[in-house]
Write a protein that binds this ligand. Structure first.
Ligand SMILES: Cc1cc2nc3c(=O)[nH]c(=O)nc-3n(C[C@H](O)[C@H](O)[C@H](O)COP(=O)(O)OP(=O)(O)OC[C@H]3O[C@@H](n4cnc5c(N)ncnc54)[C@H](O)[C@@H]3O)c2cc1C
Length: 643
């Protein structure tokens, strides 16, 4: 049987046309509104309390809707967004260095290797300026210059300085802002907060998303929750690779369960591999650590010119070093986008010029910057990152260059949504990293926080009204057949997992799955490798359902049960990722097919055949591919060059 079949194209029916600068304004004007008295009668479920979900829940409650919010952490402010380090982009042009909404739009479409929607990206660039104002008003302590103005720095893929930051803890400070807004609404009784609850199923009634089934992770109790609309803000799925920079809890279950209920999954193979992470140090590891891209503002990336040169870095003279990013990409130098920097690091390591154990590392050297600016200035900008690096590696980056290597970091794929951020299931909206919307085949640094907050504070609160204007919808009782079926599916699955009673830990399966994915669906993919991966994933999944061992029962806190459910979903997702990567016979952004490269080793797109979003419909036997064609009226697709 074929791996997939092709269905009808999918269209974004909400996307406005006309001049791009007016599209968002027009959509907002044309969309229906809900009057304040009616808002009070409606409930919205928001799954996730990261930057996307936290900002959305707070804003919807502020507007007057009743909100039920869920996260699996013990506090909403522990969502993975708290880990974000480097910064958030906005087209404020405070530096007067040539930035504009149009330039941010242009850089983002180009950075995504012409695989994103122009309308969405333009809206993102427009809204970016409001985000900074909103966060400053909340008291987010962005870094400031001596004169008191907000400071900015550079990130990859841009020649202007548009990244706002709060030392190396931007995500934390932004999340505290959103969390305060959320807590205020919790205090006012407009948000019902349910932490330590995991969504395990979506309830679809008469074709509309009307609720979720959750498990209380402390008591094990299963409950069905209902609402007029459901918003998923459940983050990305990079942990399908086991080793990634994501928090250990990040998983795909919320979106995968929705996918199985009819929501299309778009571009699942688009994975971002971040070039500056601390290299893997052994088999014992369960997590990788990011060294923020902001470090490439001042750090210089190099390897020895000679293969196998294992002298200490300080013993290698300048003329025997290869600052390869500066050499190959003189215009952007160390600030090329992540996909380009990651592949370049892989190439020099494949040539045998990598440094550190196993030769899987390159240097990120601050000696020049320290000499130019002084240690104090570097400490002020990156102090916490340097400290983190030293704690993990035992090496002092003020004295010896950091060693870095690419690692899985972000997933551009996610549930397909239209311009209103609504999935293919009416009433199911998807925001933040959980959707596929704005980054194409490669996300530029500092654009995830921008997108999450754009979605949560500004886009969704406007677009969801167009759907809710037809509400409130009929009450759904827990006895409704669709609700009973969803709840039973959760209970059966838990019992099925516990009943295996095998002899292998969940982690051992997850690690092996991650190795398959990294080997064949990681930085470089090939037809043969992907076919092999699909066979291996299927065999391992079968073994999982025969041999997995879960200790304890379902009646209380049971982390091995939680993990098993998530890994079971990762198996299904992994197969779809490989099928998606196999069918896309081109290279673009984070998806590099060995068979499709330019003579100098860059990604070779095939716009004739693949300028579309691949939106996959779930099929028990075979997934179904629906294509959404991408049109470029403002940024003409060209071979991306950062040279
Ligand atoms: C180390 C690191 C550094 C980064 N630095 C930057 C940066 O400097 N700039 C930038 O722009 N981006 C950065 N990123 C990316 C960015 O942090 C994320 O893309 C973004 O924070 C995702 O936000 P989110 O709200 O979509 O999801 P998350 O913050 O991941 O939140 C997901 C939420 O969903 C909940 N959830 C998930 N599944 C379920 C379920 N089944 N049931 C109940 N609740 C569920 C979780 O509890 C959580 O509350 C970084 C990423 C990493 C890993």
């Amino acid at each position: 049987m074929d791996l997939y079949r092709e269905g009808d194209p999918v269209a974004d029916t909400k996307a406005p046309d006309g001049p791009i600068e007016t599209r968002w304004e027009r959509r907002r004007f044309e969309a229906k509104l809900v009057n304040p008295a009616n808002r009070r009668k409606m409930t919205v479920i928001v799954v996730g309390t990261g930057l996307a979900g936290g900002s959305a829940a707070a804003t919807l409650a502020e507007q007057g809707y009743q909100v039920k919010s869920y996260c699996y952490q013990d506090s909403p402010r522990r969502a993975h967004s708290i880990a974000a380090q480097g910064g958030i982009n906005a087209a404020k042009n405070y530096r007067n260095d040539g930035d504009s909404v149009h330039r941010l739009f242009y850089d983002t479409v180009k950075g995504g290797d012409f695989r994103s929607r122009e309308s969405n990206v333009h809206r993102l660039a427009e809204v970016s300026v409001n985000i900074i104002d909103q966060c400053v008003a909340q008291g987010v302590p962005f870094a400031r210059e001596y004169g008191g103005l907000l400071d900015t720095r550079s990130f990859g893929g841009a020649q202007v300085q548009r990244t706002f930051y709060a030392r190396g803890q931007t995500g934390q400070q932004l999340l505290l802002g959103a969390y305060q807004a959320l807590e205020r609404q919790i205090g006012l009784g407009n948000v019902e907060m349910n932490s330590r609850h995991e969504m395990l199923e979506l309830i679809v009634v008469d074709g509309r998303a009307r609720g979720i089934v959750v498990r209380d992770l402390v008591t094990g109790e299963i409950a069905s929750e209902f609402a007029d609309a459901v918003v998923l803000a459940s983050g990305g799925y990079g942990n399908v690779f086991y080793l990634s920079t994501n928090a250990k809890g990040c998983n795909v279950t919320a979106t995968w369960r929705a996918h199985r209920k009819g929501a299309y999954f778009a571009n699942p193979c688009y994975t971002q591999i971040h070039p500056t992470c601390i290299p893997v140090s052994g088999d014992h590891q369960s997590k990788l650590t990011l060294m923020s891209e902001s470090l490439r503002n001042d750090g210089r990336v190099w390897v020895p010119k000679a293969k196998g040169d294992d002298r200490r870095p300080k013993d290698i003279p300048e003329d025997e070093r290869d600052y390869y990013l500066e050499r190959i990409y003189p215009s952007f130098g160390n600030l090329v986008p992540r996909d380009i920097a990651s592949r370049a690091a892989k190439n020099v390591c494949d040539e045998g010029r990598g440094v550190g154990p196993g030769g899987l590392g390159v240097y990120l050297d601050f000696a020049d910057a320290i000499q130019r600016l002084g240690r104090k200035a570097i400490e002020a900008k990156y102090g916490n990152l340097f400290e983190m690096y030293e704690r993990i590696t035992g090496e002092d980056p003020y004295e010896v260059p950091m060693r870095i290597y690419p690692a899985v970091h972000y997933t551009m794929g996610g549930l397909w949504v239209d311009y209103d951020l609504q999935s293919t299931i009416p009433g199911l909206f998807v925001i933040g990293e959980a959707n596929f919307s704005d980054h194409g085949a490669n996300r530029l640094g500092a654009s995830a926080l921008m997108q999450g907050l754009a979605d949560g504070y500004f886009v969704l609160p406007n677009t969801i009204a167009n759907y809710l204007a037809a509400g409130p919808f009929d009450t759904v009782e827990a006895s409704h057949p669709a609700a009973v079926e969803a709840r039973r599916a959760v209970e059966d699955r838990i019992q099925r997992l516990l009943a295996v009673n095998g002899d292998r830990t969940v982690d051992s399966f997850h690690r092996e799955l991650g190795q398959i994915m990294w080997e064949h669906c990681g930085m470089e993919r090939s037809e043969a490798g992907l076919r092999k991966a699909i066979d291996e994933i299927r065999a391992l999944r079968e073994e999982f359902w025969q041999r997995v061992r879960i200790i304890g029962d379902a009646d209380g806190l049971n982390q091995s049960l939680e993990k098993a459910g998530r890994v079971a979903d990762f198996f299904e997702l992994a197969e779809l990722m490989c099928i998606d990567a196999l069918h896309r016979e081109e290279s673009c952004g984070g998806h590099f097919r060995a068979e499709h490269q330019t003579p100098d080793g860059e990604a070779q797109r095939d716009d004739e055949r693949f300028a579309y979003v691949a939106a996959w419909e779930y099929g028990a036997e075979q997934p179904v591919l629906h294509k959404e064609d991408l049109l470029f009226e403002y940024v003409h697709p060209t071979q991306r060059s950062y040279k």
